[in-house]
Design a protein around this ligand. Structure first.
Ligand code: AMP
Ligand code: ZN
Length: 110
């Protein structure tokens, strides 16, 4: 999608360093990290949110990628966040999963 920031990143418009990439998704550091490790896992296909996601196999592929990166980085404790909709904190309308780690994470989240 033309005006989508994550589609542009996926397209290589900003020369973003990808921590992980396969044919379905990319992972890169969040520009405004909320923890020492804050990585975004983003499907290459432009899907606005979980509400528009019909291919649930993609969710498995994303979690597989998260586990791969966690293993590579020797991270055992982490949180995965999927904000869906404005009131839940979704600002970028291209589905993405946050992986947060490196500090004690509070519960419940705000
Ligand atoms: P959300 O609020 O769940 O939609 O998360 C969007 C996330 O994208 C935020 O944590 C932003 O800091 C992050 N973000 C926005 N623009 C960029 C960018 N150009 N590169 C990396 N992360 C970004
Ligand atoms: Zn997009």
């Amino acid at each position: 999608m033309n005006d989508c920031i994550f589609c542009k990143i996926i397209n290589g418009d900003f020369n973003t360093d990808f921590i992980y990439e396969n044919e379905k998704l990319v992972a890169f550091n969040d520009i405004n990290p909320q923890a020492p490790t804050h990585i975004l896992f983003v499907p290459k296909e432009h899907i606005e949110s979980l509400n528009e996601l019909n291919n649930t196999i993609l969710i498995k592929e994303i979690y597989d990628a998260i586990k791969t990166v966690a293993k590579e980085k020797e991270i055992s404790d982490y949180r995965v966040v999927l904000n869906t909709g404005k009131n839940a904190g979704q600002e970028v309308m291209h589905i993405h999963f946050h992986m947060l780690s490196g500090r004690k994470l509070n519960w419940p989240p705000g």
